[in-house]
Design a protein. Structure first.
Ligand code: FPP
Length: 249
């Protein structure tokens, strides 16, 4: 029996988020520059997106470039940006073939103009696709996003559009970059690191966390299937007791 056959179709996570980590180490192990790892990470992205689309995962969010990644050596940042433009351009046909709609979150105005332009073009080209929504987190960090949300909420209060006493969890969620998406139910991090690294901090409040030692360029659909099988074995209690969950009360 393959891993895919072990997945129960009636208990799929609605939203999977992935911290793609380990590209640099993968390249170093092969005596290569870090960008060699990023380039090889593209095949992992393609396989993961195709597998998620085939399974019918509604939302897939990939942490592709964090706010903090801007502090990496200029050569690596430039090479990553070039890779992003060419990958988004080349892979738009894969997205179309798999009925995937592209989306992006983050401080996109910080991206080089050619990256932003290609991103917007691919988002427009895939906008009528109805399968998986693939969100790329680019120049993204959760603290940046939460700060933006607080500023917007404060402005609405100042302008008399909102009363401070009316702020709910929903008010905050609606001011985040993920306003139109359900929260991730499964968060995967590759490369054996056990950190969240400023990713979707508000949204993962009740996500199941899956860590794998696999370095991102080696990640393939079987690794995704294993993470989903792991997710399906978890008892999601949301603060309740096990008995309450079993008895559904
Ligand atoms: C983390 O590995 C990976 C990144 C910062 C970049 C991820 C980018 C890609 C996989 C390229 C294409 C992606 C898309 C979505 C088009 P790391 O460099 O931190 O690895 P290390 O921890 O081993 O140094």
């Amino acid at each position: 029996m393959s891993y895919k056959d072990e997945i129960k179709a009636d208990n799929l996570p609605l939203h999977i988020a992935i911290i793609m980590d380990g590209n640099g180490r993968w390249a170093k192990q092969r005596g290569n520059q870090r960008i060699f790892g990023h380039k090889n990470g593209v095949a992992a992205v393609r396989d993961t997106v195709e597998a998620a689309a085939e399974l019918g995962i509604k939302y897939l969010t990939l942490y592709a470039f964090s706010t903090e990644n801007w502090s990496r050596p200029k050569m690596e940042v430039d090479a990553l940006m070039t890779l992003l433009v060419s990958t988004i351009h080349k892979e738009t046909s894969t997205l179309m073939k798999n009925n995937v709609q592209l989306n992006a979150i983050g401080n996109l105005s910080n991206l080089p103009p050619d990256v932003e332009k290609q991103l917007k073009a691919s988002i427009a080209n895939t906008s009528t696709n109805t399968g998986t929504t693939l969100t790329l987190a680019l120049s993204y960090s959760s603290r940046w996003e939460i700060l933006e949300a607080i500023s917007q909420i404060a402005k609405e209060i100042e302008d008399g559009k909102l009363h401070s006493g009316d702020i709910t969890y929903d008010t905050v969620s609606k001011h985040l970059t993920t306003a139109n998406m359900p929260d991730p139910e499964l968060l995967i991090r590759t490369s054996g690191e056990y950190r969240i690294s400023n990713f979707l901090l508000w949204q993962i409040a009740y996500a199941e966390l899956h860590f794998t030692n696999t370095l991102w360029p080696d990640f393939r659909r079987d690794d995704l299937y294993k993470a989903i099988i792991d997710f399906q074995k978890r008892e999601r209690r949301f603060g309740k007791t096990s008995e309450q969950v079993i008895n559904k009360n």
